[in-house]
Design a binder for this molecule. Structure first.
Ligand SMILES: C[S@@+](CC[C@H](N)C(=O)[O-])C[C@H]1O[C@@H](n2cnc3c(N)ncnc32)[C@H](O)[C@@H]1O
Length: 262
């Protein structure tokens, strides 16, 4: 995930991905049932789906992300709110004292760090006080990504081009399902780990917006890059058709996995 150019897609992310993330972030905040004015950390915060929602509930929010562009945008959104800040930081090495926060959240964030995921979750546990909450939101199978990837994968497979190949789910080989995320929280030092599957509406861009606005996200799939490079017009035609076939409202499904720090 770190190799992708998050700085290039701040406004597209805020427009097309954050509204869905925001609904899952609100659900994670509901489940955490925090005391008033809690100290909340948002890890891999992006444009602030969780951070802005938590700040709106009156919590003191510290948001971190490794992409300067995301942090600049989020800092501007948080600046009118008291006790809320955003900072460039790597989730794998948090610059924060032990036991500092009442809760740490990561929404569609640390579980994309592959072999470093456990390290990032352990960092979240380290900076939360005993009895506090660690909460991870991640897409529920079988896609392993958001609804954006559904028409994209169908279009790649309908294109049936040798350069693009076929796309099978989950879209990343590092995908962790609900039980694996629960296990990860236990390994990182949490107790009372529980999870919930939630379904929320998510926006769906038109086919050309995948290329003009969301390219930096979807190019994580070499199949897409090959399809757009070798068969652009036909691929966009099929993609438009697949976007049109999606049942509305477009629903995303995510697991909210939460534990308590010992
Ligand atoms: C899919 S976005 C999720 C953003 C936000 N949490 C949301 O749900 O809308 C993933 C974010 O992780 C950030 N990121 C990637 N690697 C990171 C790392 N090592 N440390 C902190 N943030 C990272 C990216 O810059 C990006 O903003």
């Amino acid at each position: 995930m770190t190799e992708h150019h998050w700085d290039e897609l701040v406004s597209a992310y805020e427009r097309w991905a954050e509204p869905g993330s925001r609904r899952f972030a609100e659900a994670a905040l509901d489940r955490a049932d925090l005391a008033e004015r809690a100290d909340v950390l948002d890890v891999a915060a992006g444009t602030g789906a969780l951070a802005v929602a938590a700040a709106g509930r009156g919590h003191a929010v510290h948001a971190i992300d490794s992409a300067q562009g995301m942090v600049t945008r989020l800092a501007a959104r948080l600046s009118p709110l008291p006790h809320c800040h955003a900072e460039v930081m790597d989730a794998r090495n948090l610059r924060a004292e032990d036991d500092l926060f009442d809760a740490a959240f990561s929404v569609f964030g640390v579980l994309y760090l592959g072999a470093d995921t456990l390290k990032a979750v352990s960092e979240m546990v380290r900076v939360v006080r005993p009895g506090g909450v660690v909460s991870i939101v991640h897409w529920a199978g079988p896609v392993g990504g958001g609804p954006l990837f559904v028409p994209l994968a169908r279009a790649i497979n309908r294109l049936d081009a040798p350069e693009a190949g076929r796309l099978t789910f989950p879209i990343t080989s590092d995908y962790l399902d609900r039980r694996e995320v629960e296990q990860l929280l236990v390994e990182a030092g949490c107790t009372a780990v529980e999870s919930a599957l939630v379904e929320r509406p998510c926006p769906m861009p038109a086919a050309d917006a995948f290329v003009t606005e969301l390219d930096a996200i979807v190019r994580i799939m070499p199949h897409y890059t090959a399809a757009i490079t070798h068969h652009r017009d036909r691929f966009l035609e099929i993609l438009e058709d697949e976007v049109g076939r999606m049942e509305t409202p477009i629903l995303g499904r995510a697991n909210i996995v939460q534990g308590r720090v010992v």
